[in-house]
Design a protein around this ligand. Structure first.
Ligand code: AMP
Ligand code: MN
Ligand code: MN
Ligand code: MN
Length: 287
């Protein structure tokens, strides 16, 4: 058993993406960067896909880095897209595998429609262009379109592309129906994992709707929320630390790293969880 003086001081990074979804690095490269940056417990959480887990686990083992198999599932709830992270999922579970395949299935048609919309806005060949950035043909995402648009000089960076083209109301945005919250939590639990609401501060929900989401998630067996994430401001760390305590959720921590130059926070480079939070890893066996 490894011993850590205080679970709050453990450098756990439980949210990031490889090129199996919309990250830039391979799972093995991410393991190396996590290790170099002092991460002690690391999870790979690709969008709607666990195809990178085997490579990540193998690379982490060689480095002596404790690895957690994870996933980030796209959900539609109350007309809003939410992300639910699953941690400690079994990558062989059929319910999870089939569920994720069903979520991925709509991405191809959505990408073609996005491309059509972008063509109407004067940007030709976006589907083919985005595909050049795709590492896994099963998982074309808005991020790949954003990288292509940057390469064409349409915008200075990925975040400007999202603002101008890829968010609701903008010319390249195509609404999409993802999994239900019930399905996502159900698949994660069927695979023996813990469900965690990713970056709750990012959702455009009123306080009342946020309350409804947290209650429903709890009812379904959700166990945690991200408190310290690359997507939150310092004020949001404090807000969601309070939320985790008042609703009885454990707190998670993850950079949401997508690659060098594209992420606000590097792997492992986050502050500790605020005092009082119960870390999602507090009862994990880290042998
Ligand atoms: P998709 O699942 O194809 O809708 O793509 C979602 C991904 O787009 C997220 O996981 C982020 O990586 C990226 N994304 C969403 N909004 C933004 C934004 N405003 N700026 C940069 N990246 C974003
Ligand atoms: Mn992403
Ligand atoms: Mn997300
Ligand atoms: Mn993410």
């Amino acid at each position: 058993m490894r011993s850590y003086p205080d679970p709050h001081l453990l450098n756990a990074d439980l949210h990031c993406h490889s090129n199996v979804s919309d990250g830039k690095l391979s799972p093995a490269e991410l393991a190396r960067v996590a290790h170099e940056n002092g991460v002690r417990v690391w999870a790979l959480t690709d969008h709607d896909e666990i195809g990178g887990i085997a490579q990540a686990a193998c690379a982490a083992k060689a480095l002596g880095l404790h690895f957690i198999a994870g996933v980030e599932i796209s959900v539609t709830w109350a007309n809003e897209t939410l992300h639910i992270v699953g941690l400690n999922v079994s990558p062989d579970d059929n319910s999870l595998l089939h569920g994720l395949a069903s979520v991925r299935a709509g991405r191809e048609a959505r990408a073609r429609e996005m491309s059509g919309q972008l063509a109407l806005a004067g940007i030709e060949g976006a589907y083919e262009g985005a595909m050049k950035y795709v590492g896994n043909p099963d998982l074309i995402s808005r991020t790949h379109f954003a990288r292509f648009l940057v390469s064409q000089g349409c915008c200075a960076d990925v975040s400007e592309v999202f603002q101008k083209y890829l968010t609701p109301g903008k010319p390249g945005y195509v609404p999409h129906q993802w999994a239900t919250l019930t399905q996502a939590v159900g698949w994660i639990k069927a695979a023996g994992g813990q469900a965690v609401i990713a970056h709750p501060g990012r959702y455009r929900l009123t306080d009342l709707m946020m309350h409804a989401l947290l209650e429903e998630f709890k009812e379904l067996g959700g166990e945690g929320i991200e408190v310290v994430t690359g997507s939150h401001t310092v004020d949001q760390y404090a807000r969601f630390a309070k939320v985790s305590l008042s609703y009885g959720f454990k707190a998670s921590r993850g950079s949401d790293f997508h690659g060098p130059g594209e992420s606000r926070v590097a792997l492992g480079a986050l502050p500790a969880l605020p005092d009082g939070c119960v870390p999602i890893w507090h009862d994990w066996n880290m042998e």
